[in-house]
Design a protein around this ligand. Sequence first.
Ligand code: ZN
Length: 136
Amino acid sequence: MILLTRKAEFSAAHYYWNEQWSEEENRRVFGKCANRNGHGHNYTLEVTVAGEVNAQSGFVLDLKQLKEVLNGEVVDVYDHRHLNLEVPEFRDRMPTAENIAISVWERLDGKIPGARLHRVRVYEMPDLFADYYGER
Ligand SMILES: [Zn+2]
């Protein structure tokens, strides 16, 4: 088995707000991130798939297909969007790096031909990222 990683980038806005909490509680927990007008990040996504190297092609999978799935399922949906307001899964799921990693996994799982999804890594900032390996 070998692991292969493809990177992608998208820019999106978000804010953190829990409707079940008071305004004070939201401000205490989320600080500036609770500003309802939102703020932006340049996210970097790393999608790692696991598979076997094909003896004929030397590839694990068709990289063009992987890019198309990644773009169609994630980048085109998230890029230049307000995640809370425009992406369905974040209406009731806080768009943190952790939850974005889980959501990207759910969008890609089972849709990558010829390989198995191994890890989704989401960088919210160069020094902050979340990894998700699916439910184990
Ligand atoms: Zn943020």
